[in-house]
Design a protein around this ligand. Structure first.
Ligand SMILES: NC(=O)c1ccc[n+]([C@@H]2O[C@H](COP(=O)([O-])OP(=O)(O)OC[C@H]3O[C@@H](n4cnc5c(N)ncnc54)[C@H](OP(=O)(O)O)[C@@H]3O)[C@@H](O)[C@H]2O)c1
Length: 339
């Protein structure tokens, strides 16, 4: 979650040396809420300073190369005259020509040195100090901002932990903040709907649905929502649609993705996914629990529940109900929890 960044700022000193200053600060990678932010980029002023330092290094390197060349040149000139005898008799005022040549070169070299250290000197000490001061201030400002963000993130985290801890814990109850539960009635062939309607009427199943979901958020696809004559009482409806301007009665929460729906119900300890086929399919991989009413019959349908993978889901409860005067089919209330 934390990352320590060190970077160096280079500047020329009044002696022409390149000095550097390291800045260390700790960055928070915002992975907690799925966001990941990059460290701030080096700004223009810093870049300019670094470029100047690089330029300065090049200048000094060139001067150093010139010096080496000058030394070699002097040796060569002396050798040409004394060893090879080139222009041995050519003298000016009784002094060998190579002495003049060396003096001229020395003059050029000194001129080069003067340029590097005096006339081409970019900035004075005051300027350098000011720049460094500015950079230090900027970095400190950034560090403060990062610290502030980090403090806020920590506060949020602490709050959510307090919320979890404050939940009354019953024996064997999950310590998880929220138990996302799929509730569905499916036939033996996984049929769940036809023509945007339920296929059967089982009053005990409807009663169970009501008792489990009452007081909670219920997440549904737009089609399932439209299959209701009106919103169900005592539940907060969260309707998922891709339509930007979908309108619904007051109190109904409209979201444009399943992720947003989950976000909208984060304070509910047991939000329910109530269908239909499209939403079940997307939610199966993120749900914690399935409350399935298995209707022991097969039906013609246009909407189906996805197959429950028993390597991922464990059956924890199974209550069989025989058909009777009010129920045309046998059915079972089966609870699955994620393994
Ligand atoms: N047996 C049961 O327990 C049970 C329970 C519930 C429903 N049902 C049945 O299931 C059938 C309806 O299911 P269905 O699959 O046709 O429709 P649905 O899942 O209820 O709704 C589908 C709609 O949801 C929206 N949607 C889906 N995924 C989305 C996403 N990722 N982001 C944004 N919006 C998204 C789209 O709305 P837009 O088109 O507006 O963008 C899509 O057309 C009906 O027959 C109903 O009776 C049965």
């Amino acid at each position: 979650m934390f990352q320590t960044i060190t970077f160096s700022v280079y500047a020329t000193t009044n002696k022409g040396d390149v000095s550097s200053k390291n800045f260390n600060f700790t960055l928070l990678n915002y992975t907690m809420f799925g966001k990941k932010k990059q460290a701030p980029q080096i700004d223009k002023e810093q870049l300019e300073l670094i470029k100047n330092a690089q330029k300065r290094i090049k200048q000094k390197k060139r001067l150093y190369a010139h010096f080496i060349l000058f030394l070699l040149g002097c040796i060569l000139l002396i050798a040409a005259n004394t060893v090879l005898g080139i222009g041995k008799d050519f003298k000016i005022a009784g002094i060998n020509w190579f002495v003049y040549a060396i003096l001229i070169w020395l003059f050029l070299f000194l001129y080069h040195m003067f340029n590097v250290f005096v006339t081409h000197k970019f900035m004075g000490k005051a300027w350098e100090d000011e720049q460094l001061e500015k950079l230090v201030e900027q970095q400190q400002g950034r560090i403060e901002k990062l610290k502030e963000r980090f403090r806020k993130e920590e506060e949020l985290k602490a709050k959510s932990e307090i919320h979890n801890d404050a939940k009354p814990e019953t024996k064997g109850a999950s310590k998880k903040k929220s138990e996302l539960t799929i509730i569905v009635a499916a036939a033996e062939n996984d049929a769940i709907g036809l023509g945007n309607k339920l296929i059967w009427h089982l009053s005990d199943d409807l009663k169970r649905f009501k008792s489990l979901t009452s007081g909670h958020h219920i997440i549904m696809g737009r089609k399932t929502f439209e299959s209701f004559p009106k919103p169900l009482p005592n539940r907060t409806h969260v309707v998922v649609t891709r339509q930007a301007d979908y309108s619904a009665p007051e109190g109904v929460i409209i979201v444009n993705s399943l992720e947003d729906a989950i976000d909208a119900v984060r304070n509910d300890n047991q939000p329910f996914i109530i269908g239909g086929g499209q939403i079940y399919k997307q939610a199966l991989s993120i749900a914690d629990k399935i409350e399935l009413t298995r209707v022991h019959e097969s039906f013609e349908a246009d909407t189906f529940f996805p197959e429950i993978d028993t390597s991922q889901w464990k059956e924890t409860e199974n209550i069989f109900n025989k058909k009777d005067a009010e129920h045309d089919y046998d059915f079972s209330f089966i609870t699955y929890t994620r393994i």
